[in-house]
Design a protein around this ligand. Sequence first.
Ligand code: CP
Ligand code: NVA
Length: 335
Amino acid sequence: MNIFKGRSFLKEADFTPDEFYTLIKLAEYFKELKEKHIQHHYLAGKNIALLFEKTSTRTRSSFTVGAQDLGANAEFLGAHDIQFGKKESLSDTAKVLGSMFDAIEYRGFEQKNVEDLALYSKVPVWNGLTNDWHPTQMLADFMTIDELFGHIKGIKLAYLGDARNNVARSLLLAGSMLGAEIHLVGPKSLQPDAEVINLASQYSDNFLISDDLDKAVDGVDVLYTDVWASMGEEDLWESRIKLLQPYQLNAKTVAKTHNPNTVVLHDLPAFHDLNTTMGQEIFKKFGLKEMEITDEVFNAPYAHQFQQAANRMHTIKAVMAATLGDLFIPRALEL
Ligand code: CP
Ligand code: NVA
């Protein structure tokens, strides 16, 4: 039986830890099918709306190619392409989309938007990133950890930087659900609020929130970082640079782990060489050549961010197939 069918994925806590882990295992199965060129059209005839208010490379491509691999049709609806937000309310938009599409992906600002889409559309809705959470990213991150270490339980992961943002919050929660030990490391003003700490505490008491870099990275298996200013926070670059420079992921940080087997992850996109138009603007304004991660670390053999990015597609396929399809979940994966 498929216990996922018809359900939305709006935040990590929508699933139990066992269900979350099952989706990772399902993604590993889909990766194998893809690598062996075995057809897996579990969603033939389904139509999926991809609603994006913020830009995206990995998430959009994962939903588009993943839907195609599953035999479904995905329609991209960008913020400037549809009436939503200008001439039409979210609830009306949701009712219309729900009458035409079998499921909706949403990337945007407020968590309430994705929750309301699910409420009014009455079809499964998947969170492709909001200001609060990035749940599909978590499946790929912990799948990559599972591939690299052979397990997730007991893995120590230190996230450095803006520890209040969507990725940091999601890492704390998903890691706690899956039995990993998460350390969120950043200045006091950028540490997670009580709400997310309380939520994580429901799953684990084995995590650390700290501004002490040396202590927090000592012995960890994984170092992880993300941009210092998230989408929609572009006016905060100056203050963020001042606050977060001590938390840059560089070769010295890697040495501070005292662990020769530490790996590096980054959800991407990364400001590692500022070789982009936005990077150039930042360089001109602040004179920095690298931001949250140095080019040296980004290109080191222990950095696995592109394996992590590739796993976005396999994990997103698992979410789509599980919640929308009549998938027979292989016995080994059944709960
Ligand atoms: N990591 C991630 O969500 O990438 P995109 O913004 O390119 O989708
Ligand atoms: N924290 C980043 C993640 C990008 C994938 C942002 O929200 O912009």
